[in-house]
Design a protein. Structure first.
Length: 311
């Protein structure tokens, strides 16, 4: 229950930041399109710094074990999600945008600040395992699905700045290299801007979305429920029945981190990719907005269930 209260408080903080972004556009101080500049800063500077900073901890066998455990669970989750959305495509004719909304969470923007607030900075390292796995799936499965092309864009995977940051962080971690304070301090300061900037961007996009006009669109509620309620429930039951948390000493806490990463709103990156591949960007943006709005209710409840069944 205590974790849920902390989570709820953090989500309220996020929504205050979202409101500030909304006001900037609503009061004509900035345009919604100006959010692209902030998005570029987040993707190319802030997030890489947050990732590298999370690896600047002492190397131990326990941390290595936890990192591998988190990565394996993240891979399993994404494979399960692939099966889940393929069932949706076959039986209910989900579109590529809907499939991407269900499969890909906003772990990149939300999980690092959430884990840091709930469990402490030492646990942020393990959230990067989920992010690493999702980045690979994003630039393989998701890009192929949205572009409807059979080939994989391996060059984009390898050259992605966040993938490079993960590789650099892993090298620092495994080689037991500590960055000097004069370099690490600005990296951490920039990384700490991840949540505020990401939420402000979300608010700016919300201000330009036809939210009121879309309130009668049943599909937005349906896929929000699938992303935030149905999938988290299925995943929690699988975790509970499998007892996978018993494999390592700190398994329950690490499983909570992976679970949190998986139940966040739909990935904001999807909307950007949808624009690139000329799909329905407005629909994708609304799905992101609706899941972001509803998560303030669903995520604390999901964590309460997790606490009852696993913690």
């Amino acid at each position: 229950m205590q974790i849920s209260i902390i989570l709820l408080g953090k989500l309220i903080n996020f929504f205050i930041m979202i409101l500030l972004g909304f006001i900037l556009v609503n009061k004509n101080i900035l345009k919604s399109s100006d959010s692209r500049i902030l998005s570029i800063i987040v993707v190319y500077q802030v997030m890489p710094c947050a990732i590298i900073g999370s690896f600047e901890i002492d190397f131990t066998k326990e941390k290595l074990q936890g990192l591998l455990f988190s990565a394996v669970i993240a891979v399993i989750i994404h494979v399960l999600l692939l099966i889940f959305i393929n069932i949706g495509r076959k039986f209910w004719h989900w579109t590529p945008v809907e499939c991407a909304t269900v499969m890909y969470s906003n772990s990149g923007n939300m999980i690092i600040p959430l884990v840091s607030a709930i469990l402490g900075s030492d646990y942020v390292l393990y959230s990067c395992a989920f992010m690493s796995v999702q980045l690979i799936f994003l630039w393989t499965h998701c890009s192929t699905m949205l572009s409807e092309k059979p080939h994989l864009e391996w060059k984009k995977i390898i050259s992605n700045i966040n993938v490079l940051a993960i590789i650099a962080g892993l090298l620092l971690f495994f080689c037991k290299i500590k960055l000097p304070a004069v370099i690490l301090a600005p990296i951490n300061d920039i990384g700490n801007m991840l949540a505020p900037l990401s939420m402000i961007v979300t608010g700016m996009l919300m201000a330009d979305s036809p939210i009121l006009a879309s309130l009668k669109n049943a599909k937005l509620y349906l896929f929000s429920a699938i992303r935030l309620v149905i999938w988290p429930t299925i995943l929690l039951l699988i975790m509970c029945v499998s007892h996978v948390y018993e494999f390592i000493p700190d398994g329950r806490t690490l499983l909570l981190i992976v679970y949190l990463a998986s139940i966040t709103p739909s990935a904001s990156t999807i909307t950007q990719m949808v624009q690139v591949y000329n799909k329905d960007a407005t629909y994708s943006s609304l799905l992101n907005v609706f899941t972001t709005l509803f998560c303030i209710i669903t995520m604390p409840l999901a964590v309460i269930l997790f606490s009852w069944l696993i913690l």
